[in-house]
Ligand binder design. Structure first.
Ligand SMILES: Cc1ncc(COP(=O)(O)O)c(C=O)c1O
Length: 435
């Protein structure tokens, strides 16, 4: 997600007529005054714009291109599949080989007991699926009062109906009238706060707790030591379903399949998207534990009246299978742990910069460079300016209101990490010298 208004004034590209493409998360007034930033092609960690200028993709687009761009192996697999069976529904008993194979493969690696897989087209759709499933589970197992959903500050779960309603960032929730009711947000770093909230609401009313292994788009906040073991115990104690949102943290970004393995807990559901296909085609889903699935297979919940047209899309599932082949063959799970260390070391060199309040990194291939309050409030510096300076120097980072985020493809080299971080330092210097 890109939420900060990005000025295209720094771009030297000549003015063109504004297109009819509405860029959300963006001040369209700004975009229509200057040229759009057209990404023409991509390979590995590199992007090229319409003028042929090259940029390092320091964000793997939106945290998803884990295997890097331009993998012809995925393109070839997609071509073969789309020429054989382009698309077909998996409603009713309709099925297709790629959807089945992908579900089996994910089930084999998910830290969830007796897993079943519901497929969707992305993260937000999967969050809505998990939220509805959680509420419905309780409705069909004799506890219909359990509708309340608890999430965490900084948590981002997409912007569909439920995702908007459980967002841990107020700016995504306001202005839409009444959202989904019976939700609340607790501090991301306190297991005690989760327990207190369950007791305040009443355990007999709480359906599920949603958490990312590392808070991602909200600013890269890794959990404190022991946090997940404790929240998992709390969820068990009060019978609350524990839903892990691995949309960012999955598929190698934390050195394993779903991110949460790092903390040794076994959730009731895992939501995934992004890195499952490295974004080559849109795909997401929910791994559902057997206990939750059972009443929908064998009991009163049958059938689960929920789904979307493109769920189980064979071509998207084929792209995911080819992507997972690369992740496994190149052992990007192990490689990423070393990338995590290198990136952490490099980013920490920015901690002494006068504009920088804090660097958060070291858990997963991701990091945040938080600007000081003095820079943001007193000097009026914006992260959008830093983003623009970095992009003008050939490096893409992601601005959120108070920080610059990085989450490169897992194949990034040490030289490229140095290039990313030294360019970000130069961008910070350039902005500091203007204010
Ligand atoms: C943790 C998390 N969950 C859910 C989503 C929503 O995914 P999508 O944008 O595919 O709907 C995102 C998107 O960034 C995310 O970071």
């Amino acid at each position: 997600m890109t939420e900060t208004v990005v000025s295209s004034a720094l771009s030297s590209r000549e003015h063109r007529e504004p297109s009819r493409l509405w860029h959300t998360f963006c001040d369209m007034n700004t975009v229509t005054k200057g040229p759009e930033f057209v990404v023409e092609r991509a390979e590995g960690v590199w992007l090229w714009d319409a003028s042929g200028d090259r940029y390092l993709d320091g964000t793997a687009s939106l945290w998803y291109c884990n295997v890097g761009h331009g993998r012809t192996e995925i393109a070839d697999a997609v071509h073969r599949q789309i020429s054989t069976l382009d698309a077909y529904t998996v409603y009713g008993d309709f099925s297709n080989r790629p959807a089945v194979e992908l579900s089996e493969r994910l089930s084999a690696h998910a830290p969830v007991a007796d897993p079943r897989v519901i497929l969707t087209c992305g993260g937000g759709e999967s969050i809505d699926t998990a939220a509805k499933l959680a509420r419905r589970y309780w409705a069909v197992t004799g506890q219909p009062g359990r509708t309340h959903l608890i999430s965490r500050t900084g948590g981002y779960h997409g912007l569909h109906g439920f995702g908007t309603s459980i967002s841990g960032m107020d700016r995504f929730r306001s202005g839409y009238g009444r959202l989904v009711e019976d939700t609340s947000v607790v501090p991301h770093d306190s297991a005690a706060a989760l327990e207190a909230e369950i007791l305040r609401v009443g355990p007999e009313r709480v359906a599920a707790f949603f958490a990312e292994p590392v808070v991602g788009a909200g600013g890269v906040f890794p959990p404190q030591e022991g946090y997940f073991a404790e929240v998992s115990r709390i969820c068990h104690r009060y019978g609350v379903l524990f839903v892990v949102d691995s949309v960012i943290c999955g598929f190698g970004r934390m050195g394993n399949w779903f991110g949460i393995e790092r903390f040794g807990v076994d959730p009731d559901m895992i939501v995934f998207a992004k890195g499952v296909s490295s974004g080559y085609l849109p795909l997401g889903g929910v791994v559902v534990g057997g206990r939750v699935a059972d009443p929908f297979y064998n009991g009163e919940g049958n059938p689960f009246m929920h789904g979307t047209t493109y769920a189980g899309h064979p071509t998207a599932c084929t792209a995911a299978m080819a992507n997972l082949d690369i992740l496994e063959r190149e052992d990007l799970f192990t490689v990423s742990l070393e990338v995590e260390r290198q990136l952490d070391g490099a980013l920490r060199s920015l901690a002494g910069h006068p504009l920088v309040a804090e660097v958060r990194s070291g858990v997963g291939v991701m990091g945040a460079v938080e600007l000081t309050e003095e820079a943001l409030v007193r000097r009026g510096i914006t992260t959008a300016e830093v983003f623009a300076e970095a992009r003008a120097r050939g490096v893409i980072v992601r601005p959120i209101p108070t920080a610059l985020l990085v989450s490169p493809p897992l194949i990034i080299t040490w030289e490229q990490i140095d290039h990313l971080v030294s360019t970000l330092a130069a961008a910070l210097d350039a902005v500091a010298s203007r204010h």
